[in-house]
Design a binder for this molecule. Structure first.
Ligand code: SF4
Length: 242
């Protein structure tokens, strides 16, 4: 695997991002007591995002190789007055997931083992390198990612949307909108069921359905056709807890 040429030119202009980068450039920091004590809480919720700089060159072949075992195509959403626009990117693969996992409930990363991450620090996706382990005021351990750096990382994928769209079609037979619509249905069925039973949601589940009110048709088509009742419950919850 190629060592990421990171940070890119955009990132280098940002002092805060550079501070992050230099802090994490030293691999010994990942052996810190904080990381050991934590045991990978962040990796148990999600994989970490690849930056385009993690690839020597973005080619269909290179992306497909990565999608064989290690990564999935994921979606994040740009929210505007017109609703939520999906932006596709690559993330280390969640347990039990395939090459396409656009939208799902929090899932532990498949690369997390009892001994920690299977990747060496220098091979880890950039999103993972940007994580800052810390202890909050209650001495709870958690990881925080610099949102500005994450936004720049995701921006890098914008020019590869056409390729990732084609790959979603290749692996699933569906357009991105159709696949997202099915994924959203699967999520609202699980969360809606919990809400029906008055069970409380985990913080990750709450975060997962946060963008729901911004989703418009056709992203909600399958929910409206198959489980409008649970969709309504999830929307209500998400609006009340904004
Ligand atoms: S690739 Fe490694 S660091 Fe990133 S989420 Fe998976 S286990 Fe954690």
């Amino acid at each position: 695997m190629i060592k990421p040429d990171f940070p890119n030119e955009d990132l280098k202009k940002d002092a805060q991002v550079m501070a992050f980068y230099h802090h994490f450039e030293d691999p010994t920091l990942f052996e810190s007591d904080l990381c050991r004590k934590c045991g990978g809480k962040c990796c148990k919720r999600n994989g970490c995002a690849y930056a385009i700089e993690d690839f020597a060159e973005i080619t269909k072949k290179g992306i497909m190789q990565k999608l064989e075992h290690e990564a999935s195509i994921r979606a994040t959403f740009e929210i505007s007055n017109y609703g939520a626009t999906p932006v596709l990117f690559l993330e280390s693969r969640g347990k039990g997931k395939g090459p396409v996992n656009l939208f799902s409930l929090p899932t532990s990363c498949a690369l997390l083992t009892d001994q920690g991450c299977l990747y060496k620090i220098e091979d880890r996706p950039t999103g993972g390198i940007l994580l800052l382990p810390k202890e909050d005021e209650k001495h709870e351990l958690c990881c925080e990612i610099d949102e500005h750096a994450q936004a720049i990382l995701l921006k890098g994928w914008l020019k590869y949307q056409k390729l990732l769209n084609k790959l979603v079609k290749y692996y699933t037979g569906n357009t991105v909108d159709k696949q997202l619509s099915l994924d959203i249905l699967a999520v609202i069925q699980v969360i809606g069921k919990k809400l029906e039973s008055n069970l409380s949601l985990t913080e990750q589940e709450k975060t997962c359905i946060e963008p729901l009110p911004y989703f418009r048709e056709p992203l909600l088509d399958d929910c409206l056709a198959n489980d409008a009742r649970r969709l309504k419950l999830c929307l209500k919850y998400s609006l009340q807890n904004r």
